[in-house]
Design a protein around this ligand. Structure first.
Ligand code: NAD
Length: 406
C-alpha cells in the first residue's frame, strides 16, 4: 500500500476537523519539488529520490533512507510528515526526504560510498544549507553523511558543512545527534505519563526496532526505572517479563547483528506488537499496526518513534479501545530538533556547550507536547489529529503570508 495514501486520509480527516477549504487541503497534498534519478554503480542501477513537500517555513529538511522498499510514494509521504514535524516543534524548516531503493546489506563498503556520492552528484543543484538539508534515516549513517558532504564540497569548490546534518563530530556534527530522536521521544513519553499520573517504576515497555532510535530509548527507559520486557529487530525479537539487560543487549546486537543472540525466550515481531505492556515503542518501519492487528494490541500507550507505523484505520481502532498513540510527528521530532542546532552551529561557526543543547532539546519537546496536549483536550480528539492541526495551522499561516493559495 502506498504510504502517501495514509497521509491523504489524514489530511481529509483533519481538513474536516479544521474546516479547511479545498484550496488549503490541495496545497497540503501537493509537493513543491520531486526529483528522481537512476544511480549507476558497479554495473547496477538504483532508483533515487529527493522530494521537498513544502518550503513555506524555510528550506527543506529531512533524512535519506536506504532500503529495498523505498518508493516515490514512500518518499512523498515521509517528506509530508517532515513538513508537519518541523512545523509542530517550531523549527524554521519546510519538509523534505530522500531515498535510494537498495539493500545496503548487499553492498560492499566501496559500493555504499560510491552510491552515496552518486546521490549527491545527481541532486547537488537541489540541496544546500539554504535549499534543502538532508540527514540520516533508516540504514544511513554519519559516515554516509560525511561522504555526501565531501562530494558536495568538491563539486561546489567551497566548504558548506550546513548542507547536511547527522555528520561525524570531526566534520561539524554534534554529540547529541545520535541519541536525539530517542531522547525527544522519551521526554514526551514522560510528559504524557506524568499527565496521566502513571508511575515510571510500575511501567513495562516493549520496543520494536533496535537500531538508532529503538536501542537508545530502550536504554533511557531502563535507566529511568521502566521495565523493558521485549525488543525486536528485522530478524525477530526476545522477551523476558522480568526485564532485559539493555546494556548487554546493545553489545550483543553490535557483535552478532541480531537481538536474538541475547538468548532466552524468542518472539516474532507480530507477537511483540500484541504483548500486554504499558508502553509499546514503534521504532522500525511504517505500517506495522494496521486494521488487521490493531484489535490485538494490548498496550495502553504507543510511542511512534518510526515514521507512520500506525495506519489511519488502525488509529480509529486504537482510539476506540482507549489506547493513546503519541504520534510520530511529535514523538520523533528530537532528531530534527538537534539537527537544527547542528545546522545553526555550522552556519555561524560557533559551538554551543552540550548542556545548552540538551536543555534546548528538552524545551522544544516539552513545548511541542504542551501544544499538542492542550489541542487534544480542547478539540476532544486523538493526539495525532491534534498534532496535525497544530502543525498545519503554522504551515498555512506561512503560506497565507506568502500569498498562497492563489
Ligand atoms: P536504524 O536503521 O538504525 O534501525 C532500524 C531498526 O529496525 C533495525 O534494528 C532493524 O533491524 C529494524 N527493522 C527493520 N525492519 C524491521 C521489521 N520488519 N520488523 C522489526 N524491526 C525491523 O533506523 P533508525 O534511525 O533507528 O530509524 C527507525 C525509525 O525511526 C524509522 O522509521 C525512521 O524514519 C525513524 N526516525 C529515525 C530518526 C533518527 O534520528 N534516527 C529520526 C526520526 C525518525
Amino acid at each position: 500500500m502506498d504510504p502517501f495514501e495514509n497521509a491523504k486520509k489524514m489530511i481529509g480527516k483533519v481538513s474536516k476537523e479544521m474546516g479547511l477549504g479545498e484550496k488549503g487541503a490541495n496545497l497540503l497534498l501537493s509537493h513543491t519539488q520531486i526529483s528522481k534519478a537512476e544511480l549507476k554503480v558497479g554495473g547496477k542501477s538504483f532508483p533515487a529520490w529527493r522530494i521537498i513537500h513544502s518550503n513555506a517555513l524555510g528550506p527543506g529538511k529531512g533524512g535519506i533512507r536506504y532500503h529495498p522498499d523505498v518508493s516515490e510514494g514512500e518518499v512523498k509521504a515521509l517528506s509530508f510528515w517532515m513538513s508537519l514535524k518541523n512545523s509542530l516543534v517550531g523549527l524554521p524548516y519546510g519538509g523534505a526526504k530522500g531515498g535510494i531503493k537498495l539493500n545496503p546489506k548487499e553492498l560492499s563498503e566501496e559500493e555504499l560510498e560510491e552510491v552515496s556520492r552518486a546521490f549527491v552528484r545527481a541532486f547537488h543543484e537541489k540541496i544546500g544549507q539554504d535549499k534543502d538539508i538532508p540527514a540520516p534515516d533508516v540504514y544511513t549513517t554519519p559516515q554516509i553523511m560525511a561522504w555526501m558532504l565531501d562530494e558536495f564540497e568538491k563539486i561546489k569548490g567551497r566548504k558548506e558543512p550546513g548542507m547536511i546534518t547527522g555528520k561525524p563530530l570531526a566534520l561539524g556534527g554534534i554529540p547529541l545527534r545520535e541519541p536525539a530522536t530517542a531522547r525527544g521521544g522519551f521526554i514526551v513519553l514522560k510528559e504524557l505519563l506524568a499527565d496521566k499520573g502513571v508511575k515510571t517504576a510500575e511501567t513495562t515497555v516493549a520496543v520494536q526496532g533496535f537500531g538508532n532510535a529503538g536501542s537508545f530509548i530502550a536504554e533511557m527507559c531502563q535507566k529511568d526505572g521502566f521495565k523493558v520486557v521485549a525488543v525486536s529487530d528485522s530478524k525477530g525479537g526476545i522477551h523476558n517479563k522480568e526485564g532485559l539487560d539493555i546494556e548487554r543487549l546493545m553489545k550483543v546486537k553490535k557483535e552478532k547483528g541480531a537481538v536474538k543472540a541475547y538468548g532466552g525466550e524468542e518472539l516474532s515481531n507480530e507477537q511483540l506488537l500484541e504483548l500486554e505492556v504499558d508502553v509499546l515503542v514503534l521504532a522500525a518501519l511504517e505500517n506495522v499496526v494496521t486494521d488487521e492487528n490493531a484489535d490485538k494490541v494490548r498496550a495502553r500507550y504507543i510511542l511512534e518513534l518510526a515514521n507512520g507505523p500506525v495506519t489511519p484505520e488502525a488509529d480509529e481502532v486504537l482510539f476506540g479501545k482507549g489506547i493513546i498513540v503519541i504520534p510520530d510527528i511529535l514523538a520523533s521530532a528530537g532528531g530534527v530538533a538537534v539537527s537544527y542546532m547542528e545546522w545553526v552551529q555550522n552556519r555561524v561557526g560557533h559551538f554551543f556547550e552540550d548542556s545548552i543543547m540538551e536543555e534546548r532539546l528538552d524545551r522544544i519537546m516539552k513545548n511541542g507536547f504542551e501544544r499538542v496536549n492542550s489541542k487534544t483536550k480542547e478539540k476532544k480528539v486523538d493526539m495525532r489529529t491534534a498534532a496535525y492541526i497544530v502543525a498545519i495551522e503554522r504551515i498555512l499561516e506561512a503560506e497565507k503570508l506568502r500569498g498562497n493559495p492563489k
